[in-house]
Write a protein that binds this ligand. Structure first.
Ligand SMILES: Cc1cc2nc3c(=O)[nH]c(=O)nc-3n(C[C@H](O)[C@H](O)[C@H](O)COP(=O)(O)O)c2cc1C
Length: 311
C-alpha cells in the first residue's frame, strides 16, 4: 500500500524503512512493498517510491533487509501509472491509445497516445526495475497490472485501441505483459507475481473469462503467483460489493480455473475465521490483508492468532 513517504525523487526515507519494518510485525509471510514507478513518466504521486534509477537501490536494500529481519519474504511492486496521474506530478502523461482513464473517485486528464518506441521503453523500464529489486535483495517482484494503472490500460479493451501488435485481440493486448515476464525471467532469478484484475468491473472491459485466459498465458511465461484484485476504475470497494472478502469471488473464479500456481485473494479481509473458511472452500491459497494490518500490525497479529477457528 502506497505510504507516500519517499523523497520527491523517489528514494526511500527513514520513515519508509521504518514503515515496512513495522508492517512486518504483522506476522505476514510475505510483505509486498507499495507500487513503485519504473520510469519518471510512470509516477502518480509526489512522494511515491521509485525503482527508476540505480540510486534507488540502497534505500530499497534497507527495506528488504527490514522485512527479512522479521522473518517474512519481501516482495516489490513495479508500476507505470500510464494515464492515471495528474499533470502536476506527471507532465508527460501517456497511455496506450491516448484515452482518458476512467476512475471511480476523480476525473483524470487526457494522456498522449504512445508510440511503439514508448511501449518498448515501458517494457525495458519494468525489466530494469526488476533487476534493481533483485539487487536490493527482494525475493519477489509483482507487476501491477490492476487498478486501472498502465499495464491494466494496455490489457483492457476500454483503454487499448492500438492497431499494432500491442493492440487488437486479448493475446495481443497481453503481449507487453508477457514480454516483460519472459525478460524478467531471463534476466533475474526473482519469483514473479502479477496483480491482475479479476475483471475490469467496467462496461465493455475485461471479463472473468478474459482474465482466466490472460493468467494462463502469464503462467506459461513464468509467473509463479497470481494476486487478484480489481481493474479499470481503481482498487476501492465497488458499490455493490460488501463485507469481509468483498473481492474474493474474483480469486475464487481464477482458483477454479486450475492455473497451477497459488492464487491470492483480497478485499476487506480481517479475521482468522474468514481466512480459514476461504482456504477450506478453495476461494484462494493466500490472503492479502491491507488496511486491517495498516491500522496496527502488532495488534493484527495478536488479534488474529488468538481468534478461535470456525467450528
Ligand atoms: C492507503 C492505501 C494504499 C494502497 N496502495 C496500493 C498499492 O500501492 N498497490 C496496490 O496494488 N494496491 C494498493 N492499495 C489497495 C490494497 O492493496 C488492497 O487491495 C485494498 O486496500 C483492499 O484490501 P483491504 O480491504 O485488505 O485493505 C492501497 C490501499 C490503501 C488503503
Amino acid at each position: 500500500m502506497a505510504s507516500q513517504t519517499a523523497s520527491t525523487d523517489g528514494l526511500a526515507t527513514t520513515t519508509t524503512i521504518e514503515h515496512y519494518a513495522n508492517l512486518a510485525n504483522s506476522g505476514a509471510g510475505l510483505v509486498i512493498v507499495e507500487y513503485s514507478y519504473v520510469m519518471p513518466s510512470g509516477k502518480s504521486e509526489p512522494n511515491q517510491l521509485g525503482a527508476h534509477d540505480d540510486k534507488c537501490i540502497p534505500g530499497l536494500q534497507q527495506i528488504a533487509r527490514a522485512i527479512h529481519e522479521k522473518g517474512a519474504k519481501a516482495g516489490f511492486q513495479l508500476t507505470h501509472c500510464g494515464g492515471k496521474s495528474q499533470l502536476d506530478v506527471c507532465p508527460d502523461l501517456e497511455a496506450p491509445s491516448g484515452i482518458t482513464v476512467p476512475a471511480y473517485d476523480r476525473v483524470l486528464p487526457k494522456p498522449q497516445a504512445m508510440t511503439l518506441d514508448d511501449m518498448y521503453a515501458w517494457r525495458d523500464a519494468f525489466v530494469q526495475g526488476a533487476i534493481r529489486a533483485e539487487k536490493a535483495g527482494f525475493d519477489f517482484v509483482e507487476l501491477h497490472c490492476a487498478h486501472g494503472y498502465g499495464l491494466n490500460q494496455v490489457l483492457s479493451p476500454v483503454t487499448n485501441k492500438r492497431t499494432d501488435f500491442y493492440g487488437g485481440n486479448l493475446q495481443d493486448r497481453a503481449r507487453l505483459m508477457i514480454e516483460i515476464v519472459q525478460t524478467v525471467k531471463k534476466e533475474t532469478k526473482l519469483n514473479i507475481m502479477v496483480r491482475v484484475p479479476g475483471q475490469d468491473l467496467y462496461p465493455d472491459g475485461l471479463s472473468q473469462t478474459d482474465m482466466a485466459e490472460v493468467c494462463r498465458l502469464l503462467v506459461e511465461a513464468g509467473v509463479g503467483i497470481i494476486d487478484v484484485s480489481s481493474g479499470i476504475g481503481g482498487w476501492n470497494r465497488p458499490k455493490d460489493r460488501r463485507g469481509e472478502g468483498y473481492l474474493v469471488s474474483e480469486s475464487a473464479y481464477l482458483k477454479k480455473a486450475n492455473l497451477g500456481v497459488p492464487i491470492i485473494g483480497v478485499g476487506g479481509i480481517e479475521t482468522h475465521g474468514y481466512i480459514e473458511q476461504a482456504l477450506q472452500n478453495q476461494w484462494f491459497d493466500l490472503a492479502a490483508v491491507g488496511r486491517a494490518v495498516l491500522q496496527g500490525p502488532q495488534q493484527f497479529q495478536q488479534r488474529v492468532m488468538k481468534e478461535p477457528l470456525p467450528a
